[in-house]
Design a binder for this molecule. Sequence first.
Ligand SMILES: O=P(O)(O)OC[C@@H](O)[C@@H](O)c1c[nH]c2ccccc12
Length: 391
Amino acid sequence: MEGLASLKVPFQATPFLSSRPKTWDLPTQLNFYKRNSFSTFSVRAQVESTDGSSAVSSSGETVTETLKIKEWEVGMLQNEVASSQGIRIRRRPPSGPPLHYVGPFEFRLQNEGNTPRNILEEIVWNKDKEVSHLKERKPLISLKKALENAPPARNFIGALRAANERTGLPGLIAEVKKASPSRGILRENFDPVEIAQSYEKGGAACLSVLTDEKYFKGSFENLEAIRKAGVKCPLLCKEFIVDAWQLYYARTKGADAVLLIAAVLPDLDIKYMIKICKLLGLTALVEVHDEREFDRVLAIEGIELIGINNRNLETFELDISITKKLLEGERGKIIRERDIIMVGESGLFTPEDIAYVQEAGVRAVLVGESIVKQSDPGKGISSLFGKDISI
Ligand SMILES: O=P(O)(O)OC[C@@H](O)[C@@H](O)c1c[nH]c2ccccc12
């Protein structure tokens, strides 16, 4: 005989996992899921049949199931650590907990537990999947070999400093960007190498090349092609890094710098990735959006380049006064003392915008939309700065 109980319970969402209870009864289950942030769920309870056999038992878990469970638990614990640092982006696998996780009960999460809560979370979950597939095809060992043939890493920060000193204006990181989730397609006839060469001619110090395909219509082929075409500006691989493997991959494709997003990566990951970057000769641009992220990043040793993204990647809200707000007071002082280069990112369209973020304390800017949309992107740079910065 099999019974079916289905209930929907509204709960407060707070990402959290405690250890798995040893015994399972319905109230324990409910409390467990309540503590673990699932705002609604349905329970399919398989009731013991009259002959005493149950459909699933926790003691009957196979080794594979146990491993899957452990993997899920580790993921949940990582989220717990991240959330204690104020990180809202969860790294939970979209599949949710494995079936048969809860002994005699089968749980199927049907809510935000397995649905991304915002665009950044969706991108990150997708990236996790993408990277795990890529890793199977190109394990780290083969990437390490490919490193030997990679073009040498160039000095990203040096190029920004030199441009800043030469022009008296923020050094420009010009972005090769075809599309974005917030703006859609920015440029129809998109030739990445042509755009990169035009930027270089127009006085860009460095370039940023989007490599995410699904949401930004970028690619690693673009990055590689720009590097192979002989563009001298150092290249930032603009990717959602969730795994150290991607650092190696970016380097083999000719990147000189990578982006690390503090809204996605817990402190320990940033520390670890910074070390690997140094090992590979890559510059890390660590991106923050609010005070808490900025303070976390300032507490990490060895950081030389910090970007303030004026766009909230969870909501797309754009506000260039964020750069000013974050650089006021004590934080600005620390930056000057440590000689960290600050980059004003996103939403910069006019010479007034450039002057505003420069006044706030940045020595570099990262610009995509306003210049990539121009028929001649290099000339777009002169309009953006209000003067020709190539000379
Ligand atoms: O096109 P804009 O508004 O000039 O923005 C460029 C750049 O700052 C933006 O593309 C960006 C900043 N941080 C990111 C992280 C991921 C993807 C994109 C971004």
